[in-house]
Design a protein around this ligand. Structure first.
Ligand SMILES: *[C@@H]1O[C@H](CO)[C@@H](O)[C@H](O)[C@H]1NC(C)=O
Ligand SMILES: *[C@@H]1O[C@H](CO)[C@@H](O)[C@H](O)[C@H]1NC(C)=O
Ligand SMILES: *[C@@H]1O[C@H](CO)[C@@H](O)[C@H](O)[C@H]1NC(C)=O
Ligand SMILES: *[C@@H]1O[C@H](CO)[C@@H](O)[C@H](O)[C@H]1NC(C)=O
Ligand SMILES: *[C@@H]1O[C@H](CO)[C@@H](O)[C@H](O)[C@H]1NC(C)=O
Ligand SMILES: *[C@@H]1O[C@H](CO)[C@@H](O)[C@H](O)[C@H]1NC(C)=O
Ligand SMILES: *[C@@H]1O[C@H](CO)[C@@H](O)[C@H](O)[C@H]1NC(C)=O
Ligand SMILES: *[C@@H]1O[C@H](CO)[C@@H](O)[C@H](O)[C@H]1NC(C)=O
Ligand SMILES: *[C@@H]1O[C@H](CO)[C@@H](O)[C@H](O)[C@H]1NC(C)=O
Ligand SMILES: CC(=O)N[C@H]1CO[C@H](CO)[C@@H](O)[C@@H]1O
Length: 795
């Protein structure tokens, strides 16, 4: 059948050729023809020029003999001969006079050869289907690339029994990777994890269950991909969504992440209107690879200690837990390694105080557990993991507690998982390089202290603080500017000289932002010859309490460690110059992101709300000293290069003079982010942040500012009032007009209700951030919120 199709194509091709002969460089590949791998163009084109056969340079000096889409800017390879064995410049592919078709390296060593069904090849041709054929004088095809697919199927191509697709190793490395898609000889069509680097398979994560009946996978001209039985009857669709082949380029590819995707690309790729063309996915299988792969051997979809989550673009992401980093930065699926030294197992030095947990809801590493407890409480589960040096992660779900050990495998984050992962990380970097000998002595001291004072955490903390204080004085007596890596002992934070920061910021040249109390500049600092981009915050209005206060606050900030907080890297404190050095957040502030002309995606907005809530929850509940932010607003939520939201400027409220503008907010009646108790004679507690978060959450939900003087309807000006009115009248859809994603989200109502709870004027009615997290994550039912303004103060 495949032969027939090809013959028809050849026939059509020959028929059409005279018409386009003058316009196209196309001609048959005659016996004796060869292509040489070098930097110049050397390709054989199809009649339309849409496909090319030839050499693609993959790495400097490394060539792949391949077929690719030739009319689109993005290199899209659909077939290759030597994916595991790139050839050097000067290698050649030749159609010999006797009909052999071979790839050989510059020394003449054969690297690859077409396996012909019989002798008698008289010519070769790159067809407009993307199929390269070798045929005899009667145009009977004796070899074709369609019969030996690599990772891609094209329209008119079929996948026969016993033939498989093997994914690439990565986006840019075409060698054989970690997944296989095969129509087995038994008729079943299956996706497997591959036992890399071997060719055998480990785990089937998708199949049609057509043992005995599946005969052929067809990608037909209309763009449907389906499995048929021998009698031609349809058994299963692989991609039931078709796109016209006359208007779209199409391909189905088993990608490096294990997902088989059907992609289309508009042929009329005209860049008018500045819209960049790209491949877009019509269909893919399996629907959720993160949840589909659960293998007893191997790391799962993402590698060991890593976790897999489906992004808003439906692509699986592989990420490392906080405190871990990817083993090979060029390979997201290489797994993650902890950035901290393992816990000491000695009974006397178990370092329980040095570890804490980072909570990740809806996260699990199934199958990595070595101990399991039932009917326990969460704090018990935490403690039992903390006390056990073998425990890397504890999973707590519905009163069950699993202790997990390295390497963790099959990690996934999904709303279907439930419960939470408690990821154990070392608090401060005691093993940091900076002051190795000092550090080891200090930890010895602490251990001795712990033993002497019993196991009271409080006393240990006291001891630690006095040591820190001692260290501050010590540093002060020795303002050693020539020692660039001076740090607060025990904390992974560096003390900078003012001059150094002046140089780092090129004389405070590039301003990133400015507030009433500080200005932020971009800078580059060097550490061990590694350049790092940083944000340097210069404080204008310093607290009058003096240096000790500054240092105490800096040390309190620096002891925070959470993925949703902007990390403090260092500080400078020289006379009038007080500066803080933070990690640089390349994607700017939420304010820019949220209020741009095009509305960001609903799920991205939700992610930011979750991230902000998590960061606040940590500041309120999990720090040694509770930190109240006091200034939560979109300008203070920053986005890193992967758009993870992080809270900035926390802990500096105490460093700055009270902001006078608080008491005289602009337009009367405008509700800003500032909780009402600031204006009333009420104590300021962490609930002020809950209020600000509520306003921010509404802005994220509705994608508008809390105050919009320009809206037509007056009742819509103040978002907080508008939101409650809509809630009360059951017209919440008005809040997100035209935002289909939000409207289709079953949780939409719930999120609005949570935000309304947060903006209650009575601080006592507002939930804590922890409670807010629980409500958002869905572990607790959201009660009916009262009218936020029902609180009457008795002033
Ligand atoms: C290609 O070769 C076949 C068989 O020899 C011949 O029929 C056909 O005309 C050739 N096409 C071109 C464009 O030379
Ligand atoms: C290669 O081909 C492209 C387009 O087909 C052309 O623009 C370019 O000049 C060619 N380069 C060489 C070295 O021939
Ligand atoms: C591609 O990945 C494989 C497997 O890790 C590796 O052996 C090979 O060197 C890589 N090739 C390139 C060109 O990076
Ligand atoms: C492709 O397959 C679909 C679904 O089976 C069918 O409706 C359509 O007619 C087929 N197109 C061609 C050109 O065979
Ligand atoms: C075709 O084969 C399938 C599976 O073997 C069978 O279920 C179906 O009845 C057959 N249809 C016809 C028309 O023979
Ligand atoms: C570009 O695309 C638009 C919309 O598809 C179409 O109307 C227009 O004719 C195209 N222009 C060119 C030059 O192909
Ligand atoms: C701990 O220090 C090491 C080396 O100094 C560093 O690579 C690592 O990122 C630090 N870990 C944390 C959690 O700060
Ligand atoms: C830590 O110290 C070791 C040896 O003392 C050195 O090789 C390594 O580069 C240092 N790492 C950092 C992050 O300073
Ligand atoms: C976000 O940051 C990344 C990395 O710096 C950058 O490539 C990307 O263009 C940024 N996106 C936006 C919208 O600024
Ligand atoms: C100052 C001091 O006591 N330094 C000691 C710290 O500990 C190391 C070994 O752990 C000793 O070699 C140092 O003399």
């Amino acid at each position: 059948m495949a032969f027939q199709v090809s013959n028809i194509m050849l026939f059509i091709l020959m028929f059409l050729l005279p018409l386009s002969a003058t316009a196209q460089p196309y001609r048959n590949v005659t016996l004796g023809s060869a292509l040489i791998a070098n930097n110049a163009n050397s390709t054989w084109l199809s009649p339309s020029g849409e496909f090319a056969f030839g050499f693609q340079q993959i790495i400097p000096g490394g060539y792949l003999l391949a077929i690719w889409f030739n009319k689109i800017p993005e290199t899209t390879i659909v077939w290759s001969a030597n994916r595991d064995n790139l050839v050097q410049e000067g290698s050649r592919v030749q159609l010999f006079a006797d009909g052999r078709f071979e790839l050989s390296d510059p020394r003449g060593q054969r690297i690859w050869a077409a396996t012909l069904s019989r002798v008698g090849v008289t010519y070769g041709a790159m067809l407009d289907t993307g199929n390269f054929v070798l045929a005899n004088r009667n145009s009977v095809v004796l070899w074709q690339s369609f019969d030996e697919p690599t990772d891609t199927l094209l329209p008119t191509q079929t996948l026969n029994r016993g033939v498989k697709l093997v994914s690439s190793f990565s986006k840019t490395n075409y060698s054989k990777g970690r997944f296989i898609f095969i129509l087995q000889n038994d008729g079943n069509l299956v996706s497997y994890t591959r036992n890399f680097p071997m060719d055998n398979v480990i785990f089937a994560y998708w199949s049609t269950q057509t043992v005995g009946t599946g005969f052929q996978v067809i990608f037909n001209q209309s763009g449907y991909i389906f499995l048929v039985a021998q009698n031609g009857s349809l058994l299963n669709y692989v991609s039931p969504n078709a796109a016209s082949s006359s208007q779209f380029y199409q391909r189905a590819i088993l990608e490096y992440d294990g997902v088989l995707r059907h992609y289309v690309y508009p042929k009329s790729a005209n860049s008018s209107g500045g819209i960049a063309m790209a491949w877009s996915s019509m269909d893919f299988i399996p629907s959720n690879i993160c949840m589909s792969i659960r293998q007893s051997s191997g790391g799962g979809a993402c590698g060991f200690n890593s976790f897999c989550s489906i992004g808003i673009d439906q692509m699986p992401n592989c990420d490392c837990p906080v405190g871990y980093s990817v083993v090979d930065p060029n390979d997201r699926m290489s797994g993650c390694k902890p950035n901290f030294a393992a816990q000491n197992c000695d009974k006397e030095a178990r370092e329980t105080d040095h570890f804490s947990f980072n909570d990740m809801p809806n996260t699990d590493w199934p199958d990595s557990d070595y101990t399991y407890f039932q009917q326990v409480r969460e704090d018990w589960c935490r403690q039992v993991c903390l006390d056990d040096c073998f425990c890397a992660v504890a999973i707590f779900r519905d009163g069950n507690c699993w202790k997990k050990k390295y390497p963790l495998s099959n990690g996934r984050v999904d709303s279907g998982v439930g419960g939470k992962a408690l990821i154990k990380i070392r608090n401060t970097n005691v093993t940091a390089n900076f002051s190795v000998s000092k550090k080891s002595n200090r930890s010895t001291l602490i251990i001795i202290g712990s033993v002497l004072l019993g196991s009271s955490t409080f006393l240990n903390l006291l001891l630690l603080s006095s040591l820190l204080l001692y260290a501050f004085y010590f540093n002060k007596l020795k303002p050693n500017r020539h020692q660039p890596y001076q740090v607060l002992p025990g904390l992974n934070i560096r003390r900078f000289g003012f001059k150094e920061l002046q140089e780092a910021t090129n004389g405070f040249k590039e301003e990133l932002g400015r507030g009433s109390c500080s200005t932020v500049y971009k800078g580059i600092v060097k550490n061990d010859n590694i350049e790092k981009v940083v944000a340097v915050k210069k404080l204008h209005k310093m607290a009058t309490e003096g240096e000790q206060e500054f240092k105490a606050e800096v040390s309190s900030i620096s002891r925070t460690n959470h993925k949703n907080l902007v990390q403090l890297l260092g500080y400078c404190d020289e006379g009038q110059n007080q500066l803080l050095v933070y990690e640089f957040m390349s994607n700017g502030s939420l304010s820019n992101f949220l209020f741009q002309s095009s509305r960001p995606n609903w799920y991205k907005r939700l992610q930011i709300a979750f991230a902000t809530a998590r960061g606040l929850c940590y500041l309120h509940e999990e720090c040694n000293n509770q930190i109240i932010h006091c200034d939560i607003k979109p300008q203070n939520i920053l986005l890193d290069e992967s758009f993870t939201a992080k809270i900035s400027d926390f802990g500096i409220a105490k460093l700055l003079k009270p902001d006078q503008s608080r008491t005289t907010t602009g337009i009367r009646g405008t509700k800003g982010y500032v909780a009402p108790e600031w204006f009333r004679n009420l104590p300021v507690t962490s609930k002020v942040d809950v209020y600000s978060f509520g306003i921010l959450f509404l802005e994220l939900i509705c994608c508008r500012r809390n105050y919009e003087p320009d809206v037509e309807v007056e009742t819509e000006m103040i978002l907080a009032d508008f939101a409650y009115d809509c809630y009360k009248e059951g017209t919440m859809h008005l809040l997100v007009a035209n935002d289909e994603e939000a409207l289709n989200d079953k949780q939409f109502d719930k999120f609005v209700m949570i935000a309304i709870w947060c903006i209650q004027e009575d601080p006592a009615l507002r939930p804590t951030m922890k409670r807010v997290m629980q409500l958002m994550e869905g572990s607790v039912e959201v009660p009916i919120p009262p009218d936020p303004a029902s609180f009457i103060t008795s002033i």
